[in-house]
Each structure stands twice: as structure tokens, then as C-alpha cells.
Design a protein around this ligand. Structure first.
Ligand code: MN
Length: 170
């Protein structure tokens, strides 16, 4: 039986650390395969985004929203769950990742439709560069800008509001 139809979870977090980026995380074999996307994903099929592969994260990051004060390399700052949902991919996504060419279908609230991810740099590099783009399918939207959709999909808050709420709890 092909596993191509199996829906796994994904999350995209908007994370204001030392610099703003979006963390794209795909559930696969019990972990979250992760990329940092400095400019965020777009539905515009003409837009190619840099996506830097980073270390796998635990599944509890699927729902993480809040403020981290610890000055880890990437952990500092405020995070919202910018989008979440399920994804489907090829029959063997592990092989696709190894090959450096992944086709995926996202079924989120903001992000829907087909995306392509291609590794453009050294696969052995600790932070290998990939490119991410939306396919020109029925969910494509020319001109679509992630920064114009700034609220959490779970709490409705912006990063500023998450930061302010954490300040108020101190
Ligand atoms: Mn991050």
C-alpha cells in the first residue's frame, strides 16, 4: 500500500528571534523535519523562497506559541502558530528528502495546494539551503504576501500580542 495519501501534520511558526523568520515543520517518522524560511512561504507561484534546513524538532513544537528568553542560537524571541494543518507527499518522503527534491501538498488554513522544495546546496552542510515555491495550481495566488496575514491561526494573536501577554504574566 502506498503511503502517499497519509496525512501528516505540519506547522509554520512566525518567529521573531535575532531576525524574523518562519519555521516550516513537517511531521515525519515521529519528528518534525524543519526549515527556517526568512521571508516566509507564499502562495504566489512566481516567488522562490530560501528555506534553510535546520535540526529536527520534537512533535510538541506543533502547538508551540509563546516567548522564549533563553539565548539559544535560534530560540530567543516570540513565536506564533502562523499556520497548521496536514500535508501529504510522495510515496517515500524520506527518499525524496535524501534526493533533495520534495513535492508536497499542504492542507492548512493559509497554505493550501502544491509546493516544491529543492535542495540547492551541499546536503552535508549543517544548514543546507533549499528553495521553496508554490506550484501554479488552483490554490496559487499571485501577489500573496505572508506578512499581510500576521495572526496566529490558533489564538488570533500577533507576535506583538504574544510578547505583550508574556510581559503581563511576569
Ligand atoms: Mn525559529
Amino acid at each position: 500500500m502506498s503511503s502517499s495519501g497519509d496525512a501528516r501534520r505540519f506547522v509554520v511558526q512566525r518567529h521573531r528571534a535575532r531576525s524574523l523568520h518562519y519555521d516550516l515543520r513537517l511531521e515525519l517518522d515521529g519528528v518534525l523535519i524543519s526549515w527556517a524560511v526568512p521571508k516566509g512561504p507564499s502562495l504566489d507561484p512566481t516567488v522562490r523562497r530560501l528555506a534553510v534546513r535546520v535540526g529536527d524538532h520534537d512533535l510538541d513544537h506543533l502547538a508551540y506559541e509563546g516567548v522564549t528568553g533563553a539565548a539559544t542560537a535560534d530560540g530567543l524571541g516570540d513565536t506564533i502558530v502562523w499556520d497548521t494543518g496536514t500535508w501529504t507527499g510522495e510515496a517515500d518522503p524520506v527518499a525524496a528528502l535524501d534526493r533533495g527534491r520534495l513535492h508536497l501538498e499542504l492542507n492548512g488554513t493559509k497554505l493550501r495546494g502544491g509546493f516544491v522544495m529543492i535542495r540547492t546546496g551541499d546536503p552535508a552542510a549543517e544548514r543546507a539551503p533549499w528553495l521553496l515555491w508554490h506550484r501554479d495550481d488552483e490554490h496559487a495566488e499571485p501577489g500573496w504576501d505572508p506578512e499581510q496575514h500576521p495572526r496566529s491561526i490558533v489564538s488570533g494573536r500577533t507576535n506583538d500580542e504574544v510578547a505583550a501577554d508574556a510581559e503581563g504574566e511576569r
